[in-house]
Design a protein around this ligand. Structure first.
Ligand code: MN
Ligand code: MN
Length: 296
């Protein structure tokens, strides 16, 4: 793994004085020696969480408040301050991510959001009838307690129907981990689309103080046999699994595989360009195909 240990100390000034927000993150298999930051999307970034491209051209400028790039060791995301949730979350998954760390369950606000932005808290979704639905799943980050804990930041959450989150979506997440256990590594990106879903208490367009309930949840998984130089191994025959499933309580009347679509269809709905660092000819082949592999 080429991922690096990053220790960032952010000093934030408030009107009452100087408050310190500390963000210290570590990653598996990396010694705790100081390491120089590297630039994402270089040849040395094999396995980078955003290796296949930044689909909405998110930036780290706080003026880009509806498409704000947040880079973490465990996943990268585009945050939408108007919707109070991520537009998408992107991560790499291989066997080194899967260990024996317990589920930390420490849902909490993300203090690395820019000053002055609303921070969704652990209780914002309470009583709404919607789950605090992880995009990067807790079970995809079990190499250490701190890695697992990072998935409980509320910037990784969308309001998800319980039957979506706990049944149909969960079974797709589990299928991805089975692919990893079978010797593959995955590049995954997921998000919500549209507005208005149905939870335990019926239909809603928002929860809490304006957190948008997506109408659909989508996910794209690029499947590669374990190896290095991943970008150059993606070809027109690479398996890509894409789904778009309704965020409602009837979604589980079908298995996750029923909801398979092409990447192109998700691109046309969301306006994003996925797998943008892959050559145009390969994108055109793998984005137009709907996965047909038989799954149980
Ligand atoms: Mn690799
Ligand atoms: Mn594309």
């Amino acid at each position: 793994m080429k991922k690096i240990l990053v220790a960032i100390l952010v000093l934030s000034l408030s009107t009452t004085g100087c408050a310190t927000l500390e963000r210290i993150t570590s990653h598996k298999n990396v010694p705790t020696a100081p390491t120089a930051p590297t630039t994402p999307e270089t040849a040395s970034s094999d396995n980078d969480n955003l290796m296949l491209g930044n689909p909405s051209a998110a930036t780290t400028s706080s003026s880009d408040s509806d498409n704000y790039l947040m880079v973490k060791p465990q996943y990268d995301l585009s945050y939408n301050n108007g919707k109070h949730e991520p537009n998408w979350v992107s991560w790499h998954l291989d066997s080194s991510d899967l260990g024996s760390a317990e589920r930390q369950d420490d849902f909490r606000s993300d203090k690395t959001l820019p000053d002055g932005w609303d921070r969704v808290t652990s209780s914002t979704f309470s009583g709404s009838g919607f789950d605090r639905g992880h995009l990067c799943p807790s079970a995809d980050r079990t190499s250490s307690a701190s890695s697992n804990s990072a998935t409980f930041l509320m910037t990784n959450m969308i309001p998800q129907s319980p039957h979506n989150n706990e049944i149909t979506w969960e079974s797709l997440e589990e299928y991805g981990r089975e692919l990893v256990e079978a010797g593959n590594e995955l590049f995954i990106i997921a998000g919500g689309y549209g507005k208005g879903g149905t939870g335990k208490k019926g239909y809603a367009t928002t929860v809490g103080d304006g957190v948008v309930v997506p109408a659909y949840t989508w996910k794209i998984m690029v499947v590669l046999p374990n190896g290095s130089d991943d970008l150059n191994r993606i070809s027109s025959s690479t398996r890509v699994i894409a789904v778009m499933m309704p965020n409602n309580q009837k979604v589980n009347s079908h298995p996750w595989s029923y909801y398979r679509v092409s990447v192109d269809s998700i691109e046309s709905k969301t306006g994003y360009d996925f797998l943008s660092v892959v050559s145009a000819s390969v994108q055109s082949a793998i984005e137009s195909r709907v996965d047909k592999v038989s799954v149980s």
